[in-house]
Write a new protein. Structure first.
Length: 372
């Protein structure tokens, strides 16, 4: 039988227990504690109805809105190391969003869905595969399924946790990860490999727009009309688009199998491919050339030379399709010393000259996918 309590009341009891005893509880443990104390409700209180958007609110104003939202608890629920979608998601919901409880007892766990943690205010401790790091305001972390992790908040900081079904990510957001951008490709491949522990970390220095998106997605996740699930997913779609558009240069990733942040290398290739050589890249990141070749092949599926060519051809297609620049100007911008060399490589890739390609695709915006 489900029981009910507001966010504000639940968090008040979590904090009071910690301050009184010096000990912490996990969410299911506190649910049991409140049930045994007779502090849960058998009928759900009315959540304040609201059709407004929350972007213009201050942090304190929105926290008061969240405090009035109703939590549905199931006392005596087992505290599991492996959490399944069925333990978390309401029926017929693709996403579920909470304000992460404060003062919880650390307990690493895994689950079979995606988790997105966004630090809206203050800081928190992010525990990942037995290592700790502090996440600060504006940072957003996307945790791949099967990754051992936890989040601990020791004060009144605010962290929102977006839980997203893996099937929903695969079907709804996959197209966003299919761009020609190298980081979009890596975003897709690293998160779809659920055999290893991985996360992606973004830093949004000006986070007003992200706050707006997350707040409104959370508001939709607590509504019960026929449109709320679709609206919630639409807000999350905006979240991913915003991250890739504005914050891809801040991206870091963790690949437990590699144990290093290879995204910095990928970013450097993306932004310097026009003049980059394997030796200069190896010197920049202190790799041997053979080891660097292996890492590039493992993470992109292509060797260094092929990767550079694909990035150049991807930009060439954009210039040919969307600008009136001369062929010689395009060649120079993408790193070729002469228009003739560029034309030979382009013909070998597309079986037509750049001029012919421009005529055939005039006015089109081709969905070029160099890593398909």
């Amino acid at each position: 039988m489900p029981y009910y309590i507001t966010y504000g009341e639940f968090q008040k009891h979590m904090k009071d227990y910690y301050l009184r005893t010096g000990n912490r509880m996990q969410f299911p443990e506190m649910s049991d504690y409140l049930y045994k104390k007779g502090l849960l409700l058998e009928t759900s209180p009315e959540s304040p109805a609201s059709s407004e958007l929350f972007g213009s609110m201050t942090d304190d104003e929105f926290n008061r809105v969240v405090d009035s939202m109703v939590l549905t608890l199931n006392p005596s629920q087992t505290l599991n190391f492996k959490v399944a979608e069925t333990d978390i998601f309401p029926t017929a919901r693709d996403a579920f969003i909470i304000r992460h409880p404060r003062y919880t007892r650390p307990s690493t766990h895994t689950h079979n869905y995606f988790e997105i943690n966004y630090v809206a205010q203050g800081t928190c401790t992010f525990v990942f595969e037995k290592t700790n790091r502090v996440l600060s305001e504006g940072e957003l972390c996307i945790i791949a399924p099967s990754s051992e992790h936890d989040l601990v908040i020791d004060d009144d900081s605010t962290v929102f946790c977006i839980m997203l079904r893996k099937s929903t990510f695969d079907t709804t957001f996959f197209s966003l990860m299919s761009r020609k951008d190298l980081l979009s490709y890596f975003f897709r491949t690293i998160l779809q490999d659920d055999s290893h522990a991985n996360y992606l970390l973004f830093f949004a220095e000006n986070n007003t727009w992200l706050k707006t998106i997350v707040r409104n997605a959370m508001g939709e996740s607590y509504k019960n009309d026929v449109y709320s699930n679709t609206c919630c997913i639409s807000w999350i779609n905006l979240l991913f688009s915003n991250l890739l558009r504005n914050y891809s240069k801040t991206l870091q990733f963790y690949n437990y199998q590699m144990g290093s942040d290879f995204s910095l290398v990928l970013q450097y290739i993306q932004h310097n491919y026009q003049t980059l050589t394997l030796s200069s890249l190896a010197e920049m990141f202190h790799y041997s050339e053979p080891h660097l070749c292996t890492l590039i092949k493992q993470n992109t599926g292509h060797n260094f030379t092929e990767l550079i060519k694909r990035l150049r051809m991807a930009d060439a297609v954009d210039y040919l399709t969307n600008t009136n620049q001369k062929i010689s100007e395009i060649a120079e911008q993408i790193g070729y010393n002469s228009a003739d060399h560029f034309s030979r490589v382009f013909r070998g890739t597309y079986h037509m000259s750049p001029q012919e390609y421009r005529k055939v695709h005039a006015g089109e915006k081709e969905d070029f996918r160099p890593f398909t």
